[in-house]
Design a protein around this ligand. Sequence first.
Ligand code: SAM
Length: 314
Amino acid sequence: MGGKTVLASGGGDLADEPADGSAAEPVAGARLYVVATPIGNLEDITLRALKLLASVDVIAAEDTRNSARLLDRHGIRTRMLSLHEHNEARRAEDILRLLAEGKQVALISDAGTPVLSDPGAILVARVREAGYPVIPIPGPSAAMAALSVAGLTGTAFHFAGFLPERGSARRTAIAVLADEQALLVFYESPHRVQACVEDLAAVLGGEEGGRDIVIARELTKLFESVHRCALADAPAWLAADPNHVRGEFVLLVTGAGARKGASTAELDRVLKPLLAELPLAQSVKLACGITGLRRGEVYERALELAGKQPAKKG
Ligand code: SAM
């Protein structure tokens, strides 16, 4: 195995921290910090992030003008250089040279956690390959913020990021996700959100049992809103008010598993008459064929119903 482990001393785990809870930073030595920054509200930044951004030698920022607002707000004067999707490979070489001189570098993006639907993956890979520590400074991410307030149950989610821009490619990408049991998480921009939600509804919205969508808009900002509705109804909701399509979006669509879970009423409509006339195993087999639901789920429900109606069993 050609794996490489680099000890990072990234501040230590909780047990290593001083009694006041602060990590033992800054630490000398070349390293790359990957620092999460706000997704809107400029106060959503950790104390550790502020401390590091003020102490590193250079900040690599997706858009230096945009990040200047954040740094100004917090009185940070650290030198910045730009690192975006069009110059990342070249910039990675520049940053490796800085690290070779013993410098410390922080990577930030326009919003949230770098690398997540943002530049940075190439840089992180190169720096790790070169043997330098890469240290996460966790903080905001739009997906996590949306998940935390969506009110959707279940723990599994599939982070799909941005769907393709072109309609046909987008519909194909959505169709590929149709059987995913986990909650689906998408990012979308204001000029494509209507078309994107129309495609989500067209490909996934007509399913029996129906899926729900949570449209999380402008999180942590002045016009923050979180709206939940049936996926099939979402295009009309977006079209009903121009404000509904303004800003930045996280779209959460319930997964195929939730859809199946939601169709208990439909399953009962099929199972009850079958159980009234046939043995349980045969009823389950027929109900699976009729509804397309998983055997385990149908069997469990059949047992429940049979327990309530023992006299009717064949
Ligand atoms: N790295 C970021 C993160 O950790 O969330 C995401 C960067 S990606 C280029 C930008 C997209 O994230 C936006 O188009 C939008 O889909 C989502 N986003 C960013 N800020 C948001 C906010 N305040 N409210 C809702 N969505 C947001």
